[in-house]
Design a protein around this ligand. Structure first.
Ligand SMILES: [Zn+2]
Length: 276
């Protein structure tokens, strides 16, 4: 995480702020990044839909301003959050991931899920409250596991029909209510490829704001079984030797990190670093 970035609830209208601009398809960036001076933004005549205080960047307040459209602005380009996280300047990845999640959560929590009345923001806290039934709504995170299964010099990779052509990745799935994430690892592998695993170990995590996942990365060793891919979910799954891997996910993804980490440890190379 960028040490300059400090998320938090800030009051509206603090002077001298930075503004992050979000359109329907992504964020605005110029050569310096996604932070624009409030005064400059005010001169552009933009159609604002909503604004949220995000926190501080290098002690300067930062607001997210949502726009109704994505106008052309000189020296700037619009970039999707996914494109930015996987290929953009890693320095701002955490800030934009946070901004995206807050915007989605705020939009989906305008009304109380219990009684249907309008919600209002809670001062000094990232929460929305219903004044009718007093229920509070907080930003939601959905824990998911992602796992690299290995068998000596082979790793298990699979293709979903929604992947880019040719790309294979690690297995992943959402944690179900009532189960531990370790149980989720074992269950998902069993469901998706009919294999049993052992030595399940947590490695690291990555925020995955599409729209609100927290990816918990694991390594597991093959124990038994033959691959039988789950229909609809898995287009193809197979063992790949480390010296004959298919096209892999982007370097910034935790999936790629788990693969590269195993290769580095197996071959005695320097270990990769996962940004974020
Ligand atoms: Zn309510």
């Amino acid at each position: 995480m960028d040490a300059c970035w400090q998320p938090g609830c800030i009051p509206a209208g603090l002077p001298g702020a930075w503004v992050v601009l979000q359109g329907p398809g992504g964020f605005l960036l110029d050569a310096q990044g996604p932070l624009f001076p409030d005064a400059w933004v005010g001169e552009q005549g933009l159609a604002t839909v909503a604004e949220y205080g995000l926190g501080y960047y290098d002690t300067v307040p930062v607001y997210l301003r949502q726009l109704a459209d994505q106008p052309d602005l000189p020296g700037c380009q619009w970039q999707s959050l996914r494109q930015h996280l996987l290929h953009g300047d890693a320095k701002y990845a955490t800030l934009l991931g946070y901004a995206g999640q807050i915007a989605t959560w705020a939009w989906e929590h305008r009304f109380c899920g219990a009684c249907g009345k309008a919600l209002t923001p809670v001062d000094g806290e990232r929460a929305m409250e219903c004044h009718d039934c007093r229920l509070r709504h907080y930003p939601r995170l959905s824990p998911s596991m992602i796992v690299l299964v290995t068998r000596g010099d082979e790793i298990l990779l699979a293709r979903s029909p929604r992947f880019l052509p040719g790309v294979y990745s690690t297995l992943a799935g959402f944690v179900e209510p009532g189960e531990t994430v370790e149980h989720c690892v074992i269950r998902e592998i069993r469901e998706e490829v009919c294999l049993e695993v052992c030595n399940v170990r947590y490695i690291t995590s990555q925020s995955w704001p599409f729209p609100h996942s927290l990816m918990l990365g694991f390594h597991a060793e093959y124990a038994s079984g033959e691959i039988v891919a789950q229909p609809d979910e898995i287009e193809d799954a197979r063992w790949f030797r480390l010296d004959a891997l298919p096209p892999l996910p982007a370097h910034r993804s935790i999936s790629r990190y788990l693969i590269d980490l195993y290769i580095a440890r197996r071959l005695g190379h320097a270990e990769p670093v996962l940004p974020g």
